[in-house]
Design a protein around this ligand. Structure first.
Ligand SMILES: Cc1ncc(COP(=O)(O)O)c(C=O)c1O
Length: 490
């Protein structure tokens, strides 16, 4: 068949002033015609010199398109007899999924994970929990350190590393954890991760097998539930009382392989685990041969006393894995967290981390090591502690002025959020939906229960909300709550 039509058709579609290079246009057009069957297997293409002349293109432009199509298997060149369309598509339909075509779909685990996601849509508004005061972060010092290390990265950081994170960061972090949290550790026991979430995922995958039981606090942290679910573990909720997770209330099921706790400041209730309960938990874990995962995510922000000593320190080398994050003390987008491991886990965790995720971002880790060593970190934490205390007080007072005793709030000895208890008559989901339309993120406490919620309430993040906005948002929230209570009372 004559190939004249190819030249005519190409004349019409090639855009000489277009943003796409001409050889790419030529490649795409010929590829589409081959896939659609318009150019069938075995048909001959014009010789490159001839096509270039007729289209008034450079010959290299045509050759570049032909070479690419040949490398991808669409064309074949037979010595002495020209360029042919290969016959891979002859008798076969080109893959062209129609919009809305039935795709294979998610795994059951994927469905479970995405269904339970409580990520708010759109921009985060006032009261979004877990967000620090991003506007008060010392950007200047941080950017200076970042550019120092980005400009002159050590060559070793550019390859594959297997150290468990930058040694300089592990060293300053180790000093900090020993002093401020009574964590028992050497720098070698630390593995730097991409946030606490990745640390949790690693614990779930390396310390338990699919089907094993994990105890999670209820109400509890949805990120931990997601990590455990993703690893195929059987999540058993254990109620939290005034002393923390209460093992006596655990269902008499199989022994837990993992126990996840936030003893310094239970998430989200704010309860501090008592010493008696800590000792009980350590004993129980020993009896069941369980690992305890201690998540110490925000205890830098304690307002009336020093940060509390860790469970890991109390366990004195026992089966406790301590994990922490820089998301609250720096900013969440940094994606840096850490694990402090018992000696026996150091090598397996380092090796598995390298196999599953690969280490990286060493220049950022170096900047963070300097940020800590030069005192900016401690200064920032001190300033944020004062600021968050002011913001918490403001939130409390504003809500109290409007609602008095109708809205009991959690003690707020630490952390970046409060829990407001709601009467059973209030539909917290309805309230949250209405508030979201006005940019207020009132997260229902029910999102922190793994089964039916036994308490109603709202989780109110205050740390990241500037004071003027906080007052306005708290007043508006009080109005919405009053309206909801009146609606229910009718
Ligand atoms: C209980 C708890 N653990 C850990 C984290 C932090 O996780 P990441 O370091 O992945 O940001 C959060 C964040 O909200 C949290 O609430």
């Amino acid at each position: 068949m004559s190939s004249d039509w190819i030249v005519d058709a190409l004349q019409q579609v090639l855009q000489r002033e277009g943003s796409e290079a001409l050889h790419r246009q030529l490649y795409h057009q010929l590829r589409d015609w081959i896939r659609q069957g318009r150019l069938s297997g075995g048909s001959t293409l014009p010789a490159s010199r001839q096509l270039a002349r007729k289209l008034r293109l450079g010959r290299n432009t045509v050759l570049a398109a032909y070479d690419q199509l040949q490398a991808e298997g669409y064309l074949e060149s037979r010595h002495g007899s020209g360029t042919y369309v290969s016959d891979v598509f002859t008798g076969r339909d080109a893959p062209s999924p129609a919009p809305g075509a039935r795709l294979p779909g998610l795994s059951q685990r994927g469905q479970q994970l995405s269904h339970h996601s409580n990520l708010p849509q759109g921009v985060l508004g006032a009261f979004a929990p877990g967000i620090p005061a991003l506007d008060a972060f010392p950007q200047q010092q941080w950017q200076r350190l970042l550019s120092r290390h980005n400009k002159q990265p050590c060559l070793d950081w550019l390859g594959y590393c297997h150290d468990g994170g930058l040694p300089a960061l592990r060293e300053v972090l180790c000093d900090y954890l020993r002093q401020s949290r009574s964590v028992l550790c050497r720098p070698e026991q630390i593995v730097i991760t991409q946030g606490a979430q990745q640390a949790l995922e690693l614990c779930a995958r390396l310390l338990a097998d699919p089907g094993d039981t994990v105890w999670l606090e209820e109400p509890g942290y949805a990120g931990a539930q997601a990590a455990m679910t993703a690893a195929g573990l059987d999540v058993v909720p254990v109620p939290v009382d005034a002393e923390g997770l209460n093992p006596a209330l655990a269902p008499p099921s199989r022994s837990p392989r993992l126990i996840y706790v936030t003893p310094s400041h239970q998430y989200p209730s704010g309860v501090v685990m008592t010493l008696g309960r800590r000792l009980e938990l350590l004993k129980l874990a020993e009896a069941h041969r369980s690992w305890i995962v201690e998540d110490d995510y925000d205890s830098e922000f304690r307002y009336h006393s020093q940060p509390l000593a860790s469970l890991q320190g109390l366990a004195n080398g026992g089966a406790v894995i301590y994990l922490g994050t820089f998301s609250k003390v720096m900013y969440p987008g940094l994606r840096l967290g850490y694990l402090v491991l018992p000696e026996a886990l150091i090598d397996p965790f380092r090796a598995s981390y390298a196999r599953l995720y690969r280490e990286g971002h060493y220049a950022i880790q170096a900047a963070l090591a300097d940020f800590i060593a030069e005192g900016h970190f401690a200064r920032h934490i001190r300033r944020m502690r004062e600021l968050y205390q002011i913001r918490q007080t403001l939130l409390r007072e504003t809500l109290h002025q409007r609602l008095g005793e109708q809205l009991p709030l959690s003690p707020g000895e630490a952390g970046m959020h409060l829990v407001a208890s709601l009467p059973d008559t209030v539909n917290e989901q309805q309230l949250s939906t209405v508030a979201a339309r006005e940019g207020l993120w009132l997260r229902p406490l029910a999102r922190h229960f793994w089964g039916p919620a036994t308490r109603r309430g709202l989780v109110l993040g205050y740390a990241g909300v500037p004071e003027a906005e906080l007052c306005r948002a708290a007043r508006r929230m009080a109005e919405l709550l009053e309206q909801e209570m009146q609606r229910q009372g009718r």
